[in-house]
Design a protein around this ligand. Structure first.
Ligand code: 5GP
Ligand code: MG
Length: 176
């Protein structure tokens, strides 16, 4: 059964913030930037951010990585593996790494180190949501959509056991 969801960030709030984020990010981007979206959770945010940057006239090359951290439900294990790597060589390029949520920091730290190991010249990071209270490793994003409290969120590409990715807003599971 699908648990009830309470709206935390509406479609309108997210749309407006992504347009602002693009304005913040665009001046920092080089001509050769490679925008890397972490799948699956960031696919909606990555798509919207890509188009917001394109509206500002930024040329982008796009690539994707699939990481998995084991465990389902609302707890992540901290063990992260690369299930699908980049298909474009990032050597010497600036990379804008896009993820859905910065939580313990393990995922973004591991992914940015991976990109540097593969030769990226510069890695900028952008997350839709940041939960600073949950940080376990020293990792900050260069660009943050929204800082949120320690709630388990879903929607806008983010799932709970593969449910709720389709929701156009960010919500949280209501305690029932
Ligand atoms: P970290 O490695 O920073 O602990 O976790 C980052 C990843 O954990 C996110 O990309 C996301 O996939 C998952 N995650 C963290 N918080 C939440 C949450 O509130 N809801 C869901 N569905 N996933 C989360
Ligand atoms: Mg994720």
């Amino acid at each position: 059964m699908r648990p009830p969801i309470e709206i935390l960030l509406s479609e309108e709030m997210i749309r407006a913030r992504i347009a602002q984020l693009a304005e913040e990010i665009a001046p920092r981007l080089r001509e050769d930037v490679l925008l890397v979206t972490l799948m699956n959770g960031a696919f909606v945010f990555g798509a919207d951010l890509t188009r917001a940057l394109a509206r500002l006239g930024k040329p982008l090359t796009l690539d994707f990585m699939v990481l998995s951290s084991y465990g389902s439900g609302t707890v992540t294990s901290g063990r992260i593996t690369t299930r699908m790597d980049l298909s474009i060589d990032p050597t010497g390029r600036q990379v804008l790494l896009v993820d859905d949520i910065l939580d313990s920091g393990n995922t973004l730290l591991m992914a940015s180190n991976h990109l540097r190991d593969k030769g990226a010249a510069d890695v900028l990071t952008c997350v839709l949501l940041d939960k600073p209270a949950r940080r376990r490793v020293p990792m900050q994003a260069d660009f943050i959509g929204f800082e949120i409290p320690n709630l388990f969120v879903v929607g806008f590409g983010i799932d709970y056991d593969q449910m709720f990715r389709e929701l156009p807003f960010v919500g949280h599971l209501r305690a029932s």
